[in-house]
Design a binder for this molecule. Structure first.
Ligand SMILES: NC(=O)c1ccc[n+]([C@@H]2O[C@H](COP(=O)([O-])OP(=O)(O)OC[C@H]3O[C@@H](n4cnc5c(N)ncnc54)[C@H](O)[C@@H]3O)[C@@H](O)[C@H]2O)c1
Length: 344
């Protein structure tokens, strides 16, 4: 059943269509023939479902493509295709395609309209929503970007059928994050439906995408520019980026371990009760995400120090007061070192 959420931000409004159909894209494109940006895997599986387009630009899949060099290639392609101020740019793909599309569209000719058809679970519940668009720079993630809302985000659950299981798990890790920081009820739904989620039962995935999108939308509306509330979405991510970089782990697994660390610190500080901390560990385990560390503390700590969010030896860290309630606290590197010592 199609459900629509409206995100009203300072940087524009977005219609987020959950359980919509790619076949009905024309309703949202309003007679414009878009410039489509996608990647090679999405093109291979879903090309026949793309709408009629001015041009289809197929990028190499993967995080390395998320660079200024690719943005320049997109500009060149738009120039060659004679894109003008009335052109519409449509990103069909995972988070990499959405981040690139939003950035290129927001900057070409000082800003063209754009929309997303996210094709990974992670993009449907997270990357495509909230208006952050950007690219990596010299190995640092998302260093260059803009906040600008897409006109629409159309989530078609059938696109997820071709998604490799490891990519599904990446998305589920973000889903658990959303529930842990914002909704006990959603967390309970995940506890009751983890098998259905892993089996990609449509009604379960529909509920998951809707609830996670609702949480992200409401947080972004309160704090689009990430002054305070939006930082809560970084739960599990401060360490996750370090794990990805130093240990080459997939993002979802790294977020899982990042959440384990944050939950441990929350418990140490007398915040979240042990029983609730245990439920988070158990749910991650059920979703086949890692809950134990197998790599060296030195590498992890040095990567953390380079985190772009660090401020004068302190780092903004998302902790849990309880299941479904997050808070931000400035934590010193000494505390973090102790934490890594406890768990690594
Ligand atoms: N803008 C934001 O707010 C935000 C939030 C979270 C993450 N992100 C960004 O999102 C990116 C990660 O997104 P992702 O996990 O979607 O990665 P991704 O875009 O690299 O996609 C993962 C893989 O799945 C493939 N794929 C995509 N859809 C498919 C489908 N339907 N069937 C088969 N294969 C498919 C892709 O080709 C790729 O190989 C990162 O760059 C991250 O920084 C952005």
């Amino acid at each position: 059943m199609e459900r629509v959420i409206t995100l009203n931000g300072q940087a524009g409004s977005s219609l987020i269509i959950i359980d919509g159909s790619v076949g009905r894209l024309s309703t949202h494109l309003k007679d414009t023939s878009p410039f489509v940006i996608t990647d090679e895997n999405v093109e291979r599986f879903h090309r026949r479902r793309f709408p009629p387009a001015e041009d289809i630009f197929v990028l190499k899949a993967g995080e390395r493509t998320k660079s200024l060099k690719t943005v320049e290639r997109i500009y060149r392609r738009l120039l060659d295709g004679k894109a003008d101020r009335s052109s519409f740019i449509l990103g069909i793909g995972g988070g990499v395609v959405c981040d690139l599309t939003g950035f290129a569209a927001s900057t070409f000719l000082r800003g063209l309209d754009f929309g997303f058809v996210p094709t990974t679970l992670l993009a449907q519940v997270d990357a495509a929503i909230g208006g952050k668009n950007g690219v990596n720079l010299h190995g640092y993630k998302n260093m260059v970007g803009v906040i600008n809302q897409p006109r629409f985000v159309l989530c078609d659950l059938s696109l997820l059928e071709t998604l490799p299981q490891k990519e599904l798990l990446c998305g589920l890790s973000e889903v658990i994050k959303s529930a842990a920081i914002a909704s006990v009820e959603f967390f309970e739904f995940l506890e009751a439906n983890w098998e259905g989620a892993l089996e990609r039962k449509r009604e379960v995935l529909g509920e998951i995408v809707y609830e996670a999108a609702l949480i992200k939308t409401s947080i972004v509306q309160d704090d689009e520019k990430e002054r305070n509330e939006r930082k809560k979405l970084n739960f599990g991510h401060t360490f996750a980026h370090a794990f990805e970089k130093t240990c080459g782990m997939p993002h979802g697994e790294a977020v899982s371990l990042g959440m384990i660390l944050s939950v441990h610190l929350s418990q140490k500080k007398g915040l979240i009760p042990a029983s609730e901390a245990m439920r988070i560990r158990e749910l991650l385990r059920r979703f086949r995400l890692p809950v134990r560390f197998k790599f060296g503390r030195k590498a992890v700590l040095s990567a953390i120090r380079k985190d772009k969010k660090r401020k004068k030896g302190m780092i903004d860290f998302v902790l849990l007061k309880s299941l479904g309630e997050a808070m931000i606290q400035r934590v010193s590197f000494e505390e973090l070192e102790e934490l890594v010592d406890d768990l690594c």
